[in-house]
Design a protein. Structure first.
Length: 257
């Protein structure tokens, strides 16, 4: 790994190293947290990329001016946050990982719970976002995208025939639909909402036990419209599809209104 000549000024407040090394000594606050902040800033700035190997524990101790216990604590926090992967063996060490949108999704689910954001609000957000990308999907979807969406439809049909339709299949379809927009920001955002989406579908099922099964037919019709590049038809289908979910979520949250 090539080390930049000028170190960043970390958010934790540590000063830049006079030696011009990538990582600088720390001396304030909870030291392990300051180390984590330094590494996080380097990743955000693109000065550490997925696959880069951090220096060894011994070298990190020297660069930061701390004990091995402190370095290990910082590495554990980085690993728990999905920023690095710890590998063992002769070629082991701490390696920067690719960003995980599912990790972000877990945080979003926590925020929804802690902030008491309702399933209705999640569904309303889907109305804005999933309708907004219909044009991109119709324009950019490839044969591979269509096959992947139809494969989920096939598994869904089998599940419905067996009387066991897991809502996870619906969440999978919508996540794969977003991927067909071929925009990494769109795909990552929707994937990060996977768990929140699943929770809102489960809430909809509270008011309609068979919720999801009728949606399987609409998923297949949507694929047909996407294949034809019919933005108008796909938009109408998606609007109907999401509106029904929104109504059932509303019924579950306000059963006597």
């Amino acid at each position: 790994m090539t080390l930049p000549e000028t170190p960043p000024t970390p958010t934790g407040g540590a000063s830049g190293a006079e030696t011009g090394d990538l990582l600088s000594r720390v001396s304030i606050g909870r030291i392990s947290e300051v180390i984590v902040d330094q590494v996080r800033v380097l990743i955000r700035q693109g000065r550490l990329s997925a696959g880069d190997r951090l220096p060894s524990e011994r070298e990190l101790c020297s660069r930061f001016g701390v004990s091995r216990v402190t370095v290990r604590e910082a590495l554990r926090v980085l690993e728990a946050n999905g920023l690095v992967e710890i590998r063992v063996g002769a070629r082991g060490g701490a390696f920067v990982t690719a960003p995980s949108s599912r990790m972000v999704g877990e945080g979003i689910v926590d925020l929804i719970s802690l902030a008491t954001i309702s399933a209705s609000e999640v569904t309303e957000a889907r109305m804005v976002f999933e309708l907004g990308i219909v044009g991109l999907v119709c324009e950019r979807a490839t044969a591979e995208d269509v096959d992947a969406l139809l494969e989920i439809c096939d598994r869904s049909d089998l599940a419905v025939a067996a009387g066991e339709y897991p809502l996870e299949l619906s969440a999978q379809w919508h996540t794969r639909y977003a991927k067909a927009a071929h925009n990494r920001a769109v795909s990552m955002f929707v994937e990060s909402l996977h768990d929140a989406l699943l929770r809102s579908l489960e809430r909809a099922r509270e008011s309609a036990p068979t919720h999801g099964q009728h949606g399987v037919e609409e998923h297949r019709s949507l694929v047909a419209a996407i294949t034809d590049g019919d933005v108008t038809r796909a938009t109408e289908l998606m609007h109907t599809h999401l509106t029904r979910t929104a109504q059932r979520v509303e019924d579950a949250e306000h059963p006597h209104s």
